[in-house]
Structures are given as structure tokens and as C-alpha cells.
Write a protein that binds this ligand. Structure first.
Ligand code: GLY
Ligand code: MN
Ligand code: MN
Length: 512
């Protein structure tokens, strides 16, 4: 990369970053295809169906802004990205179930593409670049698939059709001219490919780890540079700069949430009508939920801390309630543990801490029965993470969502399995829309210390979110940011992260 005076800016030697973007092996997607092939062959064998036909997917299309010619930055459709890793729009992809061969179909680009958008890549180039067996043009789909098919009658296509249980939207099965010359199966591919995405391969984990590393580093840079009087969007800007400058991450996993003061009780603050533009004041908490995406694979990290770098006792009370829940869940995670139990564990710890802090009164088990936890944490404890921030597969076929407040927001109710990556993101928020009715309700009013809770009316909220891999015997936290209050205070005061072994919070207190 050339610097202002023609000097190269070395990413690795920068004082702001110790990271370099890792190479992206296309083998990762070949491994994903092999895994799908094995699963789908097993499925067909179980139903005594012949092992032929094609897995067939349509990649994403480039879109313009409404009726204009402004082209939005393309990001590949996630299932297609998982199997083929293709960055360009307008592709189709097939996997021959009989032979295992992979075929990409590329759009036939007009000659002036080369003038406006760059060289038109040859089919041979695309075949090598994406490590597939064959590449043709999209106008050859019918001919090629008929030629390759070794069954009788019209070739069978397994298309992607199924519900995304987070959005309630359906994936769009592939469409192309001549599709009527094929038999279609809409039932097998979606559940099978979704389940393939739930368990991450080692190659996928390298990319999710990098997305976590660069995002963790960016969060720390933001913590160091924050100051009273700044605006929320400046925090977003610093994060975006860091992940792109040092991580080559052009996309985030989701729109940055940079909430301060009361805004931090708005769970998804930061959309277009809430544009991260508040000026923050001394005594505010910040809740920053920001994650980079690297070659499709994402991260989802939330840090909460006081903008002036020093926790008050009320801020410590709420922060430590959430941190205790976060740490207890991560310590309890291992294969076969129920995610619903983890959600309840987090709620119980938070309610217990609020009772210790005299915000609540009464028996915590009784509070749990009345679902008081959902008043302070209305969202689910976490979700699968991968190519999508809310990665699919949270509900297996036939699993119903729970009905109770809080639990009904869970994006999965499954038991944990080795190789899942799931966010652990407990929170505690003071949201009028939930608190006011709960404080009036005849079943829950008795639990509130009405006087003390008044102090927290404008507090906002705290969320602590890490991305956690389920291992054979436990879990591994892939996120690496300061979490203890004294660690945050030290890093905000300029200490390096990780803190030096010799760092002692007591000595630092005396010195200041
Ligand atoms: N950043 C969105 C979420 O935490 O789920
Ligand atoms: Mn999340
Ligand atoms: Mn998040």
C-alpha cells in the first residue's frame, strides 16, 4: 500500500495494529462442498433414493439504489458464499451428486464491462481461482447439466427453499431460463445445507478468529480514543477505519450500534433514523456493538464502558451483574448443554445481582417464575455466528419457539455441539416500555425497590457480547477485549492490552 510520500504503509509494523489479514484458502469452500455431498448422499440413502441429481444454487444479484444507476456494494448470498466463495454477482453453482464434481456458471459479460469495471476474467481463470471442476456461462446451464446427468429422464435439481427462523423469510430457490426441463426437489437441500453451516470447520474458524481479532483490536482503539464531548458516530468511524485499514474488512457483519447514555437501552440503536449522532456527556455509559466481516465470515462483539474511563458504583453494579452472567455461561458451556438453561442461568445471576444492589427485593426463584428477567434482558442470550451474524440453524425441523417473555426471543433452543460458534451476550437495560408496566403489574410490582430504581431511569443499559466456540470438553472465547472493570479502566488510561503481568490495579489507583 503506498503512503502519502510514496512510502509503503506496512500493516504489520503499525503501532495501531499487530495483525495482518490472513490468506483465504478456496479449499475452505471445497471442504464445505464435500461435507454437504456426504450429508446429502446419506439423506438420499436413508430414503432409498438414487444418488444422482445436482445441488443447484443461484448466487446473489447486484442491486441498484431504487431507480438510479447507483450500484450498491455487492455482498454474496450466504449459502452460495458458503459453498463457492464467489465474490462476484450473477453466478450459479452446481454439485453433481453422483460424481461429486463442482460446476460454476458465470454471467457472460458485455465487452464494455472491460472499460468500466475491469478485465473480463476467462472461464479458465475462474476455475482455478474458485477451485471448482468446471466453469461455463449461465446461458449454458440447461445443456451442461443435461450432458453431465447420468440418471434417466430429466435431471433432478435440489434447490434451496426453506425458512430463516430469525427473519421469517424464505430463501429463494434458483431460477433460470429452461428450468422446466428439470425435475425439482425443494425439501432436502435447505435443512441439510443449513445443518452443514452450524458446525464450523477448522478453516472457517481461522476466518472467524481473524474477524474477532481485528474487531477486538478495533474496539480497544475506540476505548483508548473516546472522550467526553465526542459524538457516537465518531466511535463508529474509528471502528470502521481500523477494521478496513488493518484488516482489509470492507464489510461489517451488521450496522454498528454506538449507543451512549439513555440510547444504550435501545437494543438495535443505530439504524438510519437513529444515526449514532448523540454528543456524550461526562458520566455516560457507552454500549458499542460492532463486528467486522472477513471473506464472508463475521464477528459480533459488544463492549460497555463509561465514556470518561472510570466506573461509578452504580455503573459497576450493573456492569458486574452482566459480566458475572457472561462469565458463568462461558464456564458452563460444553457439548450437550441446553441453550435455554444457559439463558435462564444468565437471567438468574442478573436478578440476583440486582437484588444484592437493592434494586430488586424478594426471592429470585419467584422472580424467575414471573419472568422478571425478561424485563431487564428482553433479548435472547445469543445466536449462532458464521457467514451471517444470526447464522441459520437455530431451530431444527419441528422445534417450536418457546412462548414466555425473553425465552421467545431466543434464536436457538438447541443443545450445544462441538464446533458451534455462538454469541454470549447477556444484557441489563432500563427500558421504560418494559419497566413501567412491570412496576405496575400486580404480580411483579412487589419485586421492585421503587425508590432505588428511580436512580437508574436514565442509565440506559449494558451488554457484554463475546463469540464463543464450543469445544469437545468446554468452550473457547474467540473475543479478546478487556472485560473486568479494572482492565477496562487500565486500557482506557493507556495501558497495553493484554495488560502486563506486573500490572496491579491497586498500585495504579494509588498513582492516579
Ligand atoms: N449485533 C446484533 C446482535 O448482537 O445480535
Ligand atoms: Mn449478537
Ligand atoms: Mn451484537
Amino acid at each position: 500500500m503506498a503512503g502519502p510520500r510514496g512510502k509503503a504503509i506496512s500493516m504489520a509494523s503499525s503501532s495501531e495494529s499487530s495483525l495482518s489479514p490472513p490468506a483465504v484458502p478456496m479449499e475452505l469452500h471445497a471442504v464445505n462442498r464435500d461435507k454437504l455431498l456426504n450429508y446429502i448422499r446419506q439423506q438420499l440413502s436413508v430414503c432409498s433414493r438414487p444418488l444422482h441429481g445436482f445441488v443447484f444454487l443461484q448466487g446473489g444479484e447486484e442491486r441498484t439504489r431504487y431507480c438510479t444507476d447507483h450500484v450498491e456494494l455487492f455482498r454474496q448470498e450466504s449459502y452460495f458464499a458458503h459453498l463457492f466463495g464467489v465474490r462476484e454477482p450473477g453466478f450459479y453453482g452446481a454439485i453433481d451428486i453422483a460424481s461429486g464434481k463442482s460446476i460454476l456458471f458465470a454471467p457472460r459479460l458485455p465487452a464494455d464491462y472491460a472499460i468500466w469495471l475491469g478485465e473480463i476474467k476467462s472461464l479458465h481463470y475462474l476455475q482455478k481461482r474458485y477451485m471448482v471442476d468446471m466453469v461455463y456461462h449461465t446461458d449454458e446451464i440447461v445443456q451442461v447439466l443435461h450432458d453431465q446427468y447420468n440418471g434417466s429422464g430429466n435431471p433432478l435439481l435440489f434447490l434451496l427453499h426453506g425458512l430463516n427462523t430469525d427473519s421469517n423469510n424464505f430463501s429463494k430457490p434458483a431460477e433460470f431460463e429452461g428450468i422446466e426441463k428439470f425435475e425439482i426437489d425443494l425439501t432436502i437441500l435447505h435443512p441439510t445445507l443449513t445443518e452443514c453451516r452450524v458446525i464450523k470447520s477448522d478453516l472457517e474458524l481461522v476466518l472467524i478468529q481473524f474477524a474477532n481479532d481485528i474487531s477486538s483490536e478495533a474496539h480497544i482503539q475506540v476505548m483508548r480514543k473516546i472522550g467526553v464531548g465526542m459524538k457516537e458516530y465518531q466511535l463508529e468511524s474509528m471502528f470502521l477505519h481500523h477494521i478496513y485499514m488493518y484488516g482489509g474488512c470492507r464489510h461489517c457483519s451488521y450496522t454498528c450500534i454506538c449507543a451512549t447514555g439513555e440510547n444504550s437501552s435501545v437494543l438495535h440503536y443505530g439504524h438510519a433514523a437513529a444515526p449514532n449522532d448523540r454528543t456524550f456527556e461526562d458520566g455516560d455509559m457507552a454500549l458499542l456493538d460492532m463486528g467486522a466481516e472477513y471473506h464472508f465470515y463475521g464477528s459480533d462483539i459488544t463492549c460497555s464502558f463509561p465514556v470518561n474511563g472510570k466506573f461509578t458504583s452504580d455503573q459497576s453494579l450493573i456492569y458486574n451483574a452482566v459480566l458475572e452472567a457472561h462469565n458463568a455461561v462461558i464456564s458452563a458451556m460444553k457439548p450437550e448443554v441446553s441453550w435455554v438453561d444457559m439463558h435462564r442461568l444468565a437471567e438468574k445471576i442478573i436478578l440476583g445481582s440486582l437484588k444484592e444492589g437493592c434494586i430488586l427485593v424478594g426471592n429470585v426463584d419467584d422472580m424467575m417464575i414471573e419472568r422478571l428477567g425478561a424485563v431487564f434482558m428482553p433479548h435472547g442470550l445469543g445466536h449462532f455466528l458464521g457467514i451471517d451474524t444470526h447464522d441459520p440453524g437455530g431451530y431444527l425441523k419441528g422445534m417450536e419457539k418457546l412462548k414466555e417473555p425473553g425465552l421467545r426471543s431466543l434464536r436457538t433452543t438447541r443443545k450445544l455441539l462441538e464446533g458451534m460458534v455462538i454469541t454470549v451476550e447477556p444484557g441489563c437495560y432500563f427500558i421504560d416500555a418494559l419497566l413501567v408496566p412491570a412496576m405496575k403489574n400486580e404480580n411483579t410490582s412487589k419485586f421492585f425497590n421503587h425508590e432505588v430504581i428511580g436512580r437508574f431511569k436514565k442509565f440506559g443499559g449494558v451488554r457484554i457480547e463475546s463469540d464463543v466456540l464450543v469445544t469437545a470438553n468446554g468452550s473457547k472465547n474467540m473475543t479478546n477485549v478487556p472485560r473486568e472493570t479494572w482492565e477496562i479502566e487500565a486500557v482506557m488510561a493507556g495501558e497495553p492490552w493484554p495488560l502486563k503481568k506486573s500490572y496491579c490495579p491497586e498500585m495504579a489507583k494509588e498513582a492516579s
